[in-house]
Design a protein. Structure first.
Lengths: 729, 152
């Protein structure tokens, strides 16, 4: 097959075929012995025992000195490529200019997420956390073999050889060589035992902590390749007519008009709807508009958001499954001097990545090849293999850049990838690009679930919190997924209650309960998962408790966090950096929130201005993050900025609602997201830390909604318990 | 009926219908994929190109409407202003996922071509039509100012 893509991806996307060619023609070039088995593995993955090549599956050094680092995690904007490569380059002592990143194939035996067990996938802000030692070990292994090669060639003791910025040297003999010159000989060295490798002392880090330039280039000149950009010879574009309601299906359809439309090649029925295939997008779109489909809505879901909210609110009055129980919250509330209480409502949310969901799939006699901004290889590989009657290793996946995801491309059921594969199966031998329009994407479900929380919290006569009771009502994300077994215990989906069940404040009587509601609306993890709703309710109530106790919200929190030094430290620093307590212009207010998610700790102070006409603006956000060792401080700052902006969309603008079962919103005019004129100034501070690195992709998002709500309360005296936030007139 | 358009200085005769949006003519027929599809209704700006120098949402512009006009895409911007914008974008590490950035750069370039010293309000007005779901807005604002300074 001839590729007609004009701009080859600069940092990734070398196909397996290209790679094999590289290996065979470069011959001597591919020197580290680790690489040949890697190339073969695409065809023989099943015979490769787990772990056999793991220490070596990440580095490839060419005779030209180029260091290619294989990326087991998706680059969807969060900086993983740069972060993972930094770890390898650090221990390899490579020069950053010789390093390129390349997407790894789907092969969980080598590229599994160490925090997901045997599963290959990106999520939960785990990339740096799971790979910190693994990538460094991969770099150190390669370095040791290069040193072995130099020692052999120069006949000098290995211990006397220095490696710095891609150059090996031996001071006494004056000899030196680059990685490329030694690559062939390095491949013949014995692979050192990982235990024998000594990783660098943090004091010697040259790259970690230095904000190296990003490796995911091509994003300022249009050359970066996303799924949407894949062009293959003979490829058809498919658009799918989906049912208007969840649970509906095709009753019958007439494709005659669509088939007569110029450019339309075929119309095929698949389980999720009717696919129109055409030579280009516009022809497929016009063809789809001409489809005549009658839907079977006998099993369709026809409720509205308002009905569901009423149902959830009623459930919140009933005891649920207990996620945490300290002391006796019921009695303590009954005896409390003051009780604050609120019912919170948080809507369904679409991920609305800028690149609507899409996938390119080719099914032929050897199996199936997928091009995708691939976030969850193990799920998609297995789902597609099962649907096509293939072995998982016959499903090859090319991981391209994703135009955003925020969790969406890690669909627990492989929804859109499976849809593309089933269309491609019907067009065996022809590559098919499935394209969802923005409307398809917005209405496809797999939303952040809608939630209702009821919280009651009490103070004693001295203003000390003595009781907290929280009931959470909403759909379980994990139910029915491969993670159900370990994520759901005794009726508690840990991702529904995370951030609430782990409330860090010292409150002696604390009860958190959950009602997991079943609905036909598909739901999914959305940037920060449970924390996206629990941070809001918990941090707003803590502020209300402080107000009821007539205490400063920062001081009030600090006192309750004495057992949680990392929360305490980020909160204290955020207050200092924000000038907490200093005077603000008239109509302005400050609000604070602190929240741990994905083992990172973030405090934010939001400054808002409220205008006389009742509108308001978030003017400035001060953010402090403790994510352990800061591998790339600039990317951490970028993730905090972006996480805040993403959270502000939900705090100020976005909601998905249902009316008679139909999703009301369809595009950016009614599913509104943050624009530049609504973006506050953001100041990020990173807490110095020697702790192992934790995530930054998600933890910036949870605190912003409560920080803004608390700021608005401080100006207006109004209470906020619903997202998106609205001031009452 | 074939349609002829001028893209980045080259003439392309396309076998497509006149109502085809310029976006899809560029992507599927000229095979220039730097211009992105985000919404299809001029709500997000990912498809922004220049038509006779004016920032234009190519997703709602029929190809028949731009015959005889000079179309410039992200692949073809070469002005001093465009280069300054791209350099600032790289230096400040603006892009995250990068999908919207072609459109952002086309809008930012058009702004600076007309207004070499944009205020925050000017930037907001010129850039509010370009959504970035990664919310790189803080850096977009800084990069436009940095490019403006560099051009001053």
């Amino acid at each position: 097959m001839r590729r007609i893509t004009q701009n080859k991806p600069r940092t990734q996307g070398t196909s397996r075929r290209d790679f094999l060619k590289l290996v065979t023609t470069a011959g001597a070039g591919l020197t580290l012995a680790m690489n040949l088995p890697l190339a073969m593995a695409a065809d023989t993955a099943a015979s490769v025992a787990a772990g056999d090549f793991e220490p070596n599956a990440f580095v490839r050094i060419g005779t030209d000195g180029r260091v290619t680092i294989l990326m087991k995690h998706l680059e969807m904007g969060q900086g993983t490529f740069t972060g993972l490569a930094t770890l390898v380059a650090e221990e390899l002592d490579a020069d950053w200019s010789q390093v390129v990143a390349e997407g790894a194939p789907a092969d969980a035996s080598r590229y599994n997420n160490l925090l997901f067990g045997t599963v290959q996938g990106t999520g939960g802000s785990t990339a740096m956390a799971n790979a910190f030692i693994q990538m460094r070990t991969a770099g150190a292994t390669a370095r040791a073999m290069l040193i072995g090669a130099a020692a052999q060639r120069w006949q000098v003791p290995a211990a006397e050889i220095q490696v710095k910025q891609g150059l090996l040297s031996h001071a006494a003999s004056g000899k030196s060589a680059g990685f490329g010159e030694l690559a062939a000989l390095a491949a013949q060295q014995a692979i050192p035992d990982a235990q024998s490798l000594r990783l660098k002392d943090p004091a010697d880090f040259a790259y970690i902590g230095q904000s190296l330039p990003r490796l995911d280039r091509g994003k300022t000149d249009g050359s970066a390749q996303f799924t949407q950009d894949v062009q293959l010879d003979g490829m058809l574009t498919a658009l799918v007519a989906h049912p208007p309601r969840f649970g509906a299906s095709v009753k019958q359809y007439d494709a005659n008009k669509a088939l007569a439309s110029p450019g339309v090649v075929d119309v095929v029925q698949i389980p999720s709807g009717i696919a129109v295939l055409a030579k280009d997008f516009w022809s497929a779109k016009k063809g789809r508009d001409l489809l005549d489909v009658e839907w079977d809505e006998s099993a369709a879901f026809k409720a509205s958001s308002d009905d569901m909210q009423r149902e959830y609110r009623a459930l919140a009055e009933q005891p649920g499954a207990v996620a945490r129980a300290d002391g006796d919250a019921t009695t303590a509330l009954a005896n409390a001097a003051t009780v604050v209480e609120a019912v919170f409502e948080m809507p369904y949310l679409a991920h609305a990545a800028m690149e609507p969901m899409n996938a390119v799939v080719l099914v032929n006699d050897t199996g199936c090849e997928i091009w995708n901004g691939e976030q969850f290889q193990s799920i998609d590989q297995n789902v597609v293999a099962s649907a096509l009657g293939l072995k998982p290793e016959q499903v090859r996946i090319n991981m391209l850049f994703a135009g955003g995801s925020f969790g969406r491309r890690a669909n627990p059921h492989g929804d859109y990838v499976l849809e593309a594969a089933l269309i491609a199966k019907a067009k065996r031998g022809t590559p098919v690009k499935l394209v969802w329009t923005r409307e398809d994407d917005t209405r496809a479900g797999h939303y952040r679930p809608m939630y209702v929380h009821k919280v009651r919290a009490g103070l004693d006569a001295s203003g000390n919190p003595v009781a907290w009771e929280q009931r959470i009502v909403g759909q379980s994300i994990m139910q029915g997924t491969m993670f159900e077994g370990f994520a759901i215990k005794e009726g508690i989906d840990s991702t529904s209650v995370e951030g609430a069940a782990g409330l860090p404040y010292q409150i002696p009587n604390l009860q958190v309960e959950l009602h997991s509601v079943e609905q036909p609306v598909p739901v999914q993890w959305w940037r920060s998962v449970g924390h996206s709703h629990t941070a809001f309710s918990t941090e707003v109530i803590i502020d209300e408790l402080a107000r009821a106790a007539k205490q400063d919200p920062v001081d009030f929190r600090l006192k309750l966090l004495s057992q949680h030094p990392r929360h305490h430290a980020v909160l204290k620093m955020a207050a200092e950096k924000a000038g907490w307590g200093a005077e603000l212009p008239k109509g302005w207010g400050r609000g604070v929130a602190v929240h741990e998610s994905f083992n990172s700790f973030v405090a934010q102070v939001a400054e808002v201005s409220v205008q006389d006409n009742g509108s308001f603006k978030v003017e400035r956000v001060i953010c402090v993050v403790d994510c352990g060792v800061a591998i790339n401080p600039d990317i951490i700052r970028a993730q905090m900025e972006g996480g805040i902006g993403f959270g502000l969309s939900a705090a100020l603008l976005s909601e998905i609602t249902l009316d008679d079962g139909k999703v009301v919103q369809s595009n950016f005019h009614d599913f509104q997201v943050l624009r530049i004129n609504q973006m506050p100034a953001v100041e990020v501070h990173i807490m110095p830390s020697a702790e192992p690195p934790t995530g930054v992709g998600e933890p910036g998002t949870p605190p912003i909604a409560p920080a803004v709500a608390n700021a608005l309360s401080s100006v207006t005296g109004q209470r906020f318990s619903r997202l998106p936030l609205k001031l009452s007139s | 009926m074939p349609v002829t358009i001028q893209v980045n200085g080259a003439s392309h005769t396309l076998d497509t219908t006149p109502d085809t949006p310029l976006l899809w003519a560029l992507r599927d027929h000229v095979h220039l994929t730097g211009t992105k599809f985000g919404c299809g209704m001029a709500m997000c700006g990912a498809c922004t190109v220049h038509v006779d120098g004016q920032p234009t949402r190519s997703c709602v512009t029929p190809v028949s409407a731009v015959q005889g006009k000079a179309i410039t895409t992200i692949e073809g911007i070469e002005s001093v202003v465009a280069k300054a914008i791209q350099a600032a974008w790289t230096e400040l590490e603006v892009p995250q996922c990068g999908y919207c950035q072609s459109g952002q750069i086309m809008s930012a370039t058009a702004l600076l071509e007309k207004n070499r010293q944009p205020s925050d309000a000017d930037i907001d007005a010129a850039m509010a039509g370009n959504i970035c779901r990664c919310a790189t807005y803080v850096r977009i604002r800084s990069a436009i100012k940095q490019a403006a300074e560099q051009l001053a």
